[in-house]
Design a protein around this ligand. Structure first.
Ligand code: SAM
Length: 266
């Protein structure tokens, strides 16, 4: 991990569009990018655009104990703790967890963090939870179907018998079929930060993030189609999957930037 932590530059190899590996997320969230992440995702505006959507869904499902499997810099973990939920915060990236812990400390909170890759979640997480959240377009980092099924099976096993998984994703269908037109209303709320897909094909969404200081970072992701994700959730055993577009129940398919899947185990 020290080798990863100390990396100054992202490295996608000689041909970045050929870099399509699940493990590569570890090399994408380097320190500089993690530090910029909070600039990119302004917490106050993000909280305003989301409203209480996730809190309401969790309460409707009677959830109390929540596992945040994609903690990132801690936005949802912190919000949920402040709203009275009991939260354990996981992420595969030590840099992200360190930043999340620091963000918690600044708000007088001690986050309970666990560094773990989703594919082997049950190796380190032994309790069962009322809810799992996997937010901020995180599931898109898994590049093979096998990895996606493995991760979802681990999430499923970590939920109580009546638990709920909330997982979101970008509306890749719209980008692939229509083109990119995000107004960045919901998640990407920071001013002066430009986010756009530099390369798109059915197997890769390569996004470019540029910051006011002219620094540029990229993320290589798998463009999940909405119905494909819904099918996977059902395949691993979730009985009911409701999909929201940008926090609304009704939407036209090309309109939302993000889809939010609420998958019930019972
Ligand atoms: N949820 C946060 C948010 O909304 O701000 C973070 C989102 S960030 C786009 C994606 C996060 O997923 C990163 O922190 C990354 O380290 C984590 N991640 C990606 N693949 C993972 C894996 N296989 N296991 C565990 N964490 C993973």
């Amino acid at each position: 991990m020290d080798a990863i932590r100390s990396r100054q530059r992202q490295d996608f190899g000689s041909d970045p569009v050929e870099c399509r590996e699940t493990d590569h997320y570890q090399f994408e969230y380097i320190e500089g990018f993690v530090d910029k992440w909070d600039e990119l995702i302004d917490w106050k505006s993000r909280a305003e655009s989301e409203g209480d959507f996730f809190i309401d869904v969790l309460r409707q499902h009677g959830a109390r104990r929540v596992l945040d499997v994609a903690t990132g810099t801690g936005f949802h973990s912190v919000r949920l703790i402040e709203a009275g939920f009991e939260v354990v915060s996981c992420d595969g990236s030590p840099q992200m967890l360190a930043k999340a812990f620091e963000n918690g400390r600044q708000r007088d909170l001690i986050l309970r963090t666990v560094q773990v890759d989703w594919r082997w979640l049950n190796r380190d997480i032994h309790n069962h939870y009322d809810a799992i959240i996997c937010l901020g377009n995180s599931f898109t980092h898994l590049f093979s179907e096998h990895d996606r099924r493995k991760a979802l099976a681990e999430f499923y096993a970590t939920l109580k018998h009546d638990g709920v998984l909330i997982l979101d994703q970008r509306n890749y269908d719209a980008i692939l079929d229509v083109g990119y037109s995000s107004a960045h209303t919901y998640y990407y709320c920071g001013d002066n930060v430009s986010v756009y897909p530099e390369h798109m094909d059915e197997g890769l969404a390569r996004f470019r993030y540029s910051f006011p200081d002219n620094s540029v970072y990229h993320l290589n992701m798998y463009p999940l189609r909405k119905d494909y994700t819904r099918g996977l959730l059902r395949d691993v055993g979730f009985q009911r999957v409701d999909t929201y577009g940008d926090f609304q129940e009704t939407y036209r398919d090309t309109e939302p930037d993000f889809f939010i899947h609420v998958a019930e185990k019972r």
